[in-house]
Design a binder for this molecule. Sequence first.
Ligand SMILES: [Zn+2]
Length: 384
Amino acid sequence: LRDVENWIEIKSARANNLKKIDVRFPVGRFSVITGISGSGKSTLMHDVILPTVRESLGSARVPRAGEGILPSRTSQLRLWPKDSRKEKSSLPQNAATSTLQACAPQIAAVYEVDQSPIGKTSRSTPGTYVKVFDEIRNLYAQLPVSRVRGYSASRFSFNAEGGRCETCKGQGVIKLEMNFLPSSYVPCEDCRGRRYNPQTLEVLYNEKSIGDVMEMTIEEGAQFFSAHPKIARTLSLLVDTGLGYLKLGQPSPTLSGGEAQRLKLVTQLKRGVNRAADERIRKMRKPGSTLYLLEEPTIGLHMADIELLLNVLHRLVDEGNTVIVIEHNLSVIAEADYIVDLGPEAGDAGGEIVACGTPEQVAKNRVSRTAPFLRKVLKAPRVL
Ligand SMILES: [Zn+2]
């Protein structure tokens, strides 16, 4: 950590049971907040870090024309709605006060990434979510047949009239409403689940129609579109992060929480790659660091999924972003660059920083409730 130049530094943070703590996190690194349940971890993340960093973003940076402080797709990454969030703690709510001492100017935006679904209908698919489907539609619109027939990119959208099957309105399925029974879905008989009308499906690229593409897995798609870097690059990124088995046209609501979470993070990676390229050309300097906040991201995940999640988080950090997670999973804690351990106990007996530093440093602490477990993990052969 010696080579960390910038820190997010917060002084005298007071909220719920937090007792005027001074806390800091390294910019461009992977930090984990640990501590027993009720020690103040959520309060630190939701009531201190997020509002403080956001406030400093608002005051320190006035967005120039055409440049927002937050990337545009915030609605799909739940940003904490300050008023609607249910207070977890039953402790008397003290006014949350803290002063941000030195929020590194490198922090350009702040996000929470959770496991909530990324779409409620089959109109959203992994392909549409990461925007790669737009590129694929453009490709189909540029084919000679499309030009002759006057098909534009929107012709190849299953969410717009023109190219889609109108019987199922591009959903590929028909909803059956039955009295006294939960509604169910059956494949559309007209398009046989392919979402498009026959004329649209006549347009072929390498002998495949847009309907065939929807049936491809992401991994197959990366191969199929290898001659088109813009498409292939995004799909390869999804393959790298273990999502290659998903179908391009798979309805988003069928994704698991862990899959949805990874897809959101990969979308951030893709944005980072593009933005880095843009900014380097424009300003010849390193792009700003985005701060990602995740609360117990490994809940409900299998070991293999945890490993994939960690890979994505490490990649975000490698690109200069800052990641802070609340976590109980020791495999994740052991991988941190920096740990802030809260406690020592819950409620009024907690809310203080017990230890902070690298996993090795925190493991040596004699008061920390996390340290004994961490010592075991660090001694044992690596689990991941
Ligand atoms: Zn149909």
